[in-house]
Design a protein around this ligand. Structure first.
Ligand code: ATP
Ligand code: MG
Length: 441
């Protein structure tokens, strides 16, 4: 992509409305634009990152055996009346009437709809276990939308729903999601610490929130420093191996980690030596929840068991804040100059800077490298605008692409380009004809 033909409305100064660094940087880098409180348009740069994150989430869900579907954003109130949540949900639910005066709503979540879909599509115990997920926009009329995409009103969520015959089988479904979350977040360069979460009045058996550490996180967290030394996703896993999956869950739940709501100071002090106690703040990027028959009971989601008797199915739901993650990753990875994208979610792989656009040699060298890297499948953002070099450097650091290739008259005299790693700041001179090989070899 040539910057001269792109749409990336960069802001020079910190926007006043942004309180936290990720929100500031997303606005400054031209990733998003606010349309209403907690509602954003995703501009080209932001949209690229959102899609990359979404794709990682999708791949890891698929790997764990979940099956993708897509449900509508606007739902009928009927099913919500059956589950009892139409009234219970309160003001967070955006309620709509259609032209026939029927009650509709913009889905804040999809337990009712998926349970009804599943009910209508299964007959016998042979049709389970299944896990269905979608990646779809949600609307929650939050009391305090803030921090940009971190707490939006309209936001993109991955939500998966498992259906099992027994509580025990449901545990394996839950464990699979637990492990897939570790892998999902690890691929984005994040350590998302699983913490036991409240199950609410319904008394679901199991619930974990996954939190990444950041000073600006909304939750206070307490955990064992030992988490830092664990294997965060490089491990191989066979999702059909019940014991192996449970073992990973055991490892990650054996160490102390809790948000303030679940924190037990006495237990913490007993289990974690003083020098290993870490207190900080965290951002919830995922939440998994086993709720048994809470929805399948009222919605009649049952199958014929092996003995011919009807069995009400056991379920859990598993959410990931896809759009929140864009901000979360920036909170975890930035410096004073801007964003530092992990390679896996970067909007482009490489930023190519022409220090002297208009200079025939510089233009020719850039064109050649641009074509060479593109041919090798790299996404390159080529700054071919006629702007001073300093401004181009600042922009490139701000938008945080993992690699920069800098070409100017001085280097050209020696036949070299400068390659800079955005994360480490390391620079090296590379012969012009070796640049493509160096970055795409
Ligand atoms: P929170 O405690 O942050 O309000 P929640 O517990 O209400 O979130 P869940 O119902 O567990 O949210 O939703 C699953 C995931 O969706 C959360 O872990 C979070 O990453 C994301 N999410 C929830 N609410 C929002 C929001 N308002 N804006 C962006 N992402 C959100
Ligand atoms: Mg939650």
């Amino acid at each position: 992509m040539r910057l001269s033909r792109y749409f990336m409305p960069i802001l020079r100064d910190d926007p006043k409305e942004a309180e936290i660094v990720s929100h500031k940087l997303m606005l400054r880098a031209g990733m998003i634009r606010q349309e209403a409180a907690g509602s954003y348009s995703w501009l080209p740069m932001g949209f690229r990152v959102l899609k990359k994150i979404e794709q990682i989430v999708r791949e890891e869900q698929d790997r764990a055996g979940a099956i993708e579907v897509l449900m509508p954003t606007i739902q009928s109130a009927d099913l919500w009346r059956k589950s009892g949540r139409y009234d219970a949900y309160g003001k967070e639910m955006l309620r709509i009437k259609d032209r026939g005066d029927r009650d509709m709503l913009f889905g804040p979540t999809n337990e009712e709809m998926i349970t009804d879909i599943f009910r209508a599509g299964v007959q016998s115990y042979k049709d389970v276990p299944r896990n269905l997920y979608h990646i779809q926009w949600k609307f929650r009329d939050e009391v305090r939308p803030r921090f940009g995409v971190m707490r939006g009103r309209e936001f993109l969520m991955k939500d998966a729903y498992s259906f099992d015959l027994t509580r025990e089988a449901g545990q394996h479904s839950y464990n699979k999601m637990f492990v897939s979350y570790l892998k999902t977040f690890a691929r984005m360069g994040l350590k998302a610490v699983p913490m036991r979460a409240e199950t609410g009045p319904i008394g679901g058996k199991d619930s974990h929130e996954f939190l990444i550490l950041a000073e600006t996180g909304e939750s206070e967290v307490f955990f064992d420093k030992g988490f830092h030394d664990m294997d965060w996703g490089a491990f191989e896993i066979d999702y059909d191996n019940v014991e192996a999956v449970a073992k990973v869950v055991d490892e990650f739940t054996s160490k102390y980690a809790a948000t303030s709501e679940m924190h037990d100071a006495a237990d913490y002090e007993k289990r974690v030596p003083t020098d290993r106690r870490v207190t900080g703040r965290g951002i919830e990027v995922g939440h998994i929840f086993f709720f048994g028959t809470k929805y399948s009971e009222p919605l009649g989601c049952q199958v014929q068991g092996p003995d011919g008797k009807m069995v009400v199915l056991q379920s859990g739901s598993y959410g990931i804040g896809v759009s929140r993650l864009v901000g979360g990753i920036i909170e975890a990875s930035h410096d004073k100059d801007g964003i530092i994208w992990p390679e896996s979610v970067a909007p482009f792989d490489i930023g190519l800077i022409n220090i002297k656009t208009g200079d025939a040699d510089a233009d020719a060298a850039c064109e050649k490298i641009y074509a060479g890297l593109t041919a090798k499948g790299k996404d390159v953002l080529y700054d071919d605008r006629s702007q001073p070099g300093g401004a181009k450097f600042a922009t490139m650091d701000l938008i945080g692409l993992p690699w920069q290739v800098i070409i100017g008259p001085r280097g050209l005299k020696d036949g070299v380009a400068e390659i800079k790693n955005r994360k480490t700041g390391a620079r090296e001179n590379v012969a012009l004809d070796k640049v493509v090989e160096r970055l795409a070899g």
